[in-house]
Design a protein around this ligand. Sequence first.
Ligand code: PSU
Ligand code: MN
Length: 323
Amino acid sequence: MACQSGIDRDTAGLMDPSLRPYLHIRPNIARALAAGGPIVALETAVLTHGLAHPTNLSVVREMMADVRETGAEPAVVGVVDGRIEVGLDGAKLEALSHNPDTVKLSARDLPWALACRKSGGTTVAATLAVCQAVGLSVFATGGIGGVHRHWTVDRDISADLTELARSRCCVVSAGAKSVLDLPATLQALESHSVSVVGWQTDWFPQFHSRGEGDLAISRRVNDLDTLAKLCLIRWHGLKQGGVLLANPIPKHAALPQKNVDHAVAQAVAKADAEGIRGAAVTPFLLAELERLTDGQSVRANLALLRNNAVLAGQLAVALANAT
Ligand code: PSU
Ligand code: MN
């Protein structure tokens, strides 16, 4: 079977037949996979736990349209009634966007969700596990999870980093979320040996802001051909793991760093005071930021999600042409 980006045999071999009853790949995605066509995976924790209804649904639909405009196919990944869906759309996507029983599913939760017939939104970590299982190599999100502030006390470090390290996939992200300890997150990415690449920037983007002049990445790429080469060398040649493509929020949508820092400090203090822990931390902080910034944080989040969808689509097309 020919597959996306020349990594067919490596990744197809990972798809165990025993997973079939728990997996539904939409026919257009299955066809694109078989033909080696460009596909972009999209996660659903942002839909179920990151943004409120109906903005959550409209932005995912906009991201799908953005991906299509580049010539790639969007494949929204989620879990519905104990089945992994690759290529969610229409009524199923709509239902997932406002189902109060959806669970935020990380990679480790997938076996539980499938065996116990749950529905849920897949985080970056869980979506990467699915990408790895079916052979998808490009994935767009907003900002990955990482090392939380106060990590020295409660060890809250997102499994997004662990899965990035082992998946042959490029995640397009506006850096890591501003609510995190970003220097520690960059350090952890290095320890996990994730290739962090700045898209036309030397600086690690900070989700709501561009992060210019703050944390240096110093692994910069300016064009899609070089980026596609880098990915193929890493996955196919060296048989290494994930690439984090750090794509700064567009200038017109970025929030002033001072405002973000101030709001984040307040949100984190409130989460601490209320004893918010584990998977609830990120959704709590994002909702607090929305309140504290009068919705500006959400407008920025929507802009960066769409910006990442476009770049991911362009990369998927470049990879499909390169192989
Ligand atoms: N990007 C966004 N909003 C989000 C997320 C990403 O713009 O809500 C989600 C992703 O699914 C990511 C998760 O994996 O937040 C991180 O959660 P945690 O810190 O609990 O690992
Ligand atoms: Mn966490």
